[in-house]
Ligand binder design. Structure first.
Ligand code: URA
Length: 270
């Protein structure tokens, strides 16, 4: 019997799509089952990178990742810092980010997903990264977790127009994977500047990646609901990590904790 190769290919693509692999990230398809693989890269030394001493962060900025970015990534982080600093307004920041070529996520995403809500709102929320629906619309938190976030905000009397929402990385990672430490470090200066320019009174970091990147703390379960000081660049504000709505959709038992956190946010806003 002649195998139906196009049927098999379609089934394989369906399998990939179901597993979340729905973006091609290279021009060449690699057959990793038959292509000889390069020797593994030796584990990096635990010594701090020589460049670490040159880099200064504000008090609340995260520690550098345990694995130092490669030199090209270091240059991209420097370029991102300079570009972000040069933006005088949020509109300028958006167009600078749209032209920024230092982060490879831009190549696989459909579009920039900069922000939603009202700049200058007293409450700003920062999530992890756009998903498939956000990538289609170019707006953060419009998929299933965004709809849950809307309901959580509504429970404390807020809607989207009364808050400002962004993500740590503004381009969708392929297959919705977590952004890598390097991608996060490259995008961080932009979201830090976005916070500074929007100038909220209260910052909420949604989920561990955003909490780790902005507040420098690990362990969302132990840190959610706690207040941390956050330097925006012009002043100190209060910041609180909360559980990600995507997690709450998978583990509804966490909604009890999320409700407590929403009440604490409401109280902080007065
Ligand atoms: N999850 C996020 O963290 N951000 C979005 O914009 C959507 C889903």
């Amino acid at each position: 019997m002649i195998p139906d190769r196009s049927k098999a290919a379609r089934e394989l693509l369906d399998f990939y799509a179901e597993a979340g692999v729905d973006a091609a990230v290279g021009e060449q398809a690699n057959d990793f089952l038959t292509t000889p693989q390069p020797a593994p890269i030796p584990a990096p030394s635990r010594q701090p990178p020589a460049t670490a001493a040159r880099t200064t962060f504000p008090a609340t900025a995260p520690a550098r990742p345990a694995v130092a970015p490669p030199p090209a990534a270091d240059a991209a982080v420097m370029a991102a810092r300079e570009a972000a600093r040069s933006a005088a307004t949020l509109d300028e920041l958006r167009s600078i980010l749209d032209r920024f070529e230092g982060c490879s996520l831009k190549g696989s995403a459909s579009r920039l997903c900069f922000a939603d809500g009202t700049p200058g709102s007293r409450l700003m929320l920062v999530g992890e990264a756009p998903g498939a629906e956000e990538d289609r619309q170019g707006v953060p938190f419009v998929g299933r977790s965004g709809q849950l976030l809307d309901r959580m905000l509504k429970a404390i009397g807020l809607d989207r127009a009364q808050v400002y929402i962004a993500n740590i990385v503004p381009w969708r990672p392929p297959g919705n994977r977590t952004p890598t430490p390097v991608e996060t470090q490259i995008c961080l200066p932009f979201v830090q500047r976005q916070i500074e320019l929007s100038n909220p009174d209260v910052l909420v970091t949604i989920g561990q990646p955003s909490t780790g990147a902005l507040l420098g703390v690990q362990g969302i379960m132990k840190n959610r609901g706690r207040w941390f000081p956050f330097q925006t660049g012009t002043r100190e504000i209060r910041a609180m990590p909360m559980l990600h709505p995507a997690y709450l959709l998978r583990s509804p038992i966490g909604k009890r904790l999320a409700w407590r956190d929403m009440l604490a946010i409401k109280k902080a806003l007065g």
